[in-house]
Design a binder for this molecule. Structure first.
Ligand code: MN
Length: 220
């Protein structure tokens, strides 16, 4: 209603002002109405409500996953860069905060940049685990190809995929929960996941995600 009232007011105002100058009043008023509509929508509480609804849906999807009884491993891609390692850490932390037994791992040794940021920001790097047993539950981050996965991932159960690359051999349709968006880094997506689920971002999570975002986007 508020948006509609704003639009009507603007329409009338712009019509009066433009008619003397012989500029198409309708085009102008339409443009401004659209603009104010967008701004008003962005600033309204409707967004918050939508996020809450999305968060509830997200939580329900997570609950419906077949988690098994052992730990679920969260892996970035092989030959991991900062985003691969930190996205696994940040997402495992997010899942743990919701009560799921998730542990971040790396499938091959980390690079020097990752070692440097982990020391600088003071977070622990994931342990190295180069292969997984059949039936192991996995969450893959920052990759969408089996060739980039931990060894024997083909026989594992991939529960989730969080990625910012194009769809590869790990098909979206074969994974119960997928967040694949073409954004700067996988941590950009994970930051949104924290917000959507309403999970507070502590100092450690912020540093981990920031490291991934800065690295993958070349300092933004
Ligand atoms: Mn990445």
């Amino acid at each position: 209603m508020i948006i509609f009232a704003h639009c009507m007011f603007l329409y009338a105002y712009i019509y009066v002002n433009c008619s003397e100058k012989k500029i198409c009043p309708f085009a102008f008023s339409f443009f401004f109405c659209c603009l104010i509509g967008i701004v008003a929508t962005c600033c309204s509480n409707e967004d918050v409500k939508t996020n809450t609804e999305q968060g509830a849906e997200y939580r329900a999807t997570l609950e419906s996953l077949d988690w098994g009884t052992d730990s679920c491993y969260v892996y970035g891609h092989k030959t991991p860069d900062v985003d691969a390692v930190t996205s696994a850490l940040a997402y495992a932390k997010l899942m743990r905060s919701l009560g799921y037994k998730c542990v971040a791992k790396v499938s091959s040794p980390v690079n020097r940049e990752t070692e440097y940021v982990s020391k600088k920001f003071g977070f622990e790097l994931p342990a190295l685990k180069t292969s997984v047993k059949p039936g192991t539950r996995l969450i893959v981050t920052d990759h969408s190809e089996y060739v980039q996965c931990v060894d024997d991932a083909e026989d594992a159960i991939i529960l989730q995929k969080i990625d910012h690359h194009t769809e590869g051999s790990i098909k979206d349709d074969d994974v119960p929960f997928v967040r694949r968006l073409m954004v700067g880094s996988t941590n950009t997506i994970i930051y949104a996941c924290y917000n959507e689920l309403g999970v507070p971002i502590d100092d450690e999570a912020a540093k981990i995600m920031l490291a991934g975002i800065l690295s993958d986007t070349n300092n933004l």
